[in-house]
Design a protein around this ligand. Structure first.
Ligand code: MLT
Ligand code: MN
Ligand code: ZN
Length: 303
């Protein structure tokens, strides 16, 4: 399986347009050892020809232009055989609307995420310019689902389980559902396995189940600490209130990831405030010492 990180930042990206935190100022000024990052999305392929996007970032256009295997092979064409959504957050779904140019699109999502997106949402009809423009393939929790490229097998199979999460911020008054936020385990016919856990609110048995024996695990690296935004004077909510398990501390996700018997562990969906973005920070060094990597735009893995 080929894996390409298209975007590695949390919602807002790095730098974020309205953020003047030390990290965002430093990346703009070029005074810190940091890399700019676009909003999270990863492309995977089992055959090197057909690609699947894990989440559709608001920066999908720029991301496609940065990676030639995602570019058209003929007059009107895309090697993107499908888009898999792990939740309905806008940083994971807005990119769908950028892919609207009368191009057929296949979207894999739970029923909850799909209806949350297209029901009562007029602008999603821009993806219905002609009958069959978008095909929704329903992800049923716990049921292996082969990903297809047109009518053909793609060599990849997906398994999804619920992970601690929340409905998207714009959903009002909906009861939380086990289909709101999912973790993925992608298996390739040629042997590679990837666990994709980009939004995780806290510990849960499903995390072990999805990542057991995987060649690589991508994991929610949004915040270093629970009170990161509060300490910076940026917000009032703790990481857990936003369904993001912080990395640091004895009960943090770094300790959990270090305990996993997998070859590669990679934090992704990193918020612009996270001190781990600074490559000369103690937090960054701790990651390295724990054998955990930090995703960056353009990172590639061959599993
Ligand atoms: C999140 O990761 O919590 C969401 O992207 C927040 C948001 O939708 O702005
Ligand atoms: Mn997000
Ligand atoms: Zn910032």
């Amino acid at each position: 399986m080929q894996v390409r990180v298209l975007g590695s930042a949390a919602g807002g990206g790095f730098p974020q347009w309205n953020c003047g935190c030390a990290n965002c100022r430093g990346v703009r000024a070029g005074t810190l050892r940091v890399r700019a990052r676009t909003q999270e999305s990863v492309a995977v392929s089992g055959d090197g020809q057909n690609w699947f996007l894990l989440n559709a970032s608001p920066e999908v256009r720029q991301q496609i232009e940065s990676f030639p295997p995602l570019q058209p092979r003929s007059l009107r064409d895309t090697p993107i055989a499908g888009v898999v959504l792990t939740n309905g957050d806008l940083d994971h779904t807005l990119g769908l609307l950028s892919l609207r140019e009368s191009q057929r699109l296949v979207v894999y999502a739970t029923e909850r995420v799909w209806t949350g997106l297209v029901q009562s949402n007029e602008i999603c009809r821009t993806l219905e310019r002609f009958d069959g423009q978008v095909t929704w393939r329903r992800i049923v929790l716990g049921e292996p689902l082969p990903l297809t490229a047109g009518a053909e097998a793609s060599g990849l199979t997906l398994l999804a389980l619920p992970v601690p999460g929340k409905p998207p911020l714009h959903a009002r008054g909906v009861e939380p559902s086990s289909e709101d936020s999912i973790g993925l385990r992608l298996s390739s016919a040629t042997g590679g396995t990837l666990a994709y856990l980009a939004a995780v609110g806290g510990p849960a048995p499903a995390l072990q189940e999805l990542s057991h024996g995987a060649d690589a695990v991508f994991f929610d690296g949004t915040f270093w600490s629970s009170d990161e935004l509060i300490t910076l004077g940026i917000g009032t909510r703790r990481a857990e209130d936003m369904s993001h398990w912080p990395i640091g501390g004895p009960a943090g996700s770094l300790a959990f990831l270090s305990s996993l018997a997998v070859k590669r562990r990679v934090f992704i969906h990193i918020n612009n405030t996270n001190p781990v973005l600074r490559e000369d920070s103690p937090e960054h060094a701790l990651l390295g010492a724990s054998g955990v990597e930090l995703a960056y735009d353009g990172m590639e893995l061959s599993l």
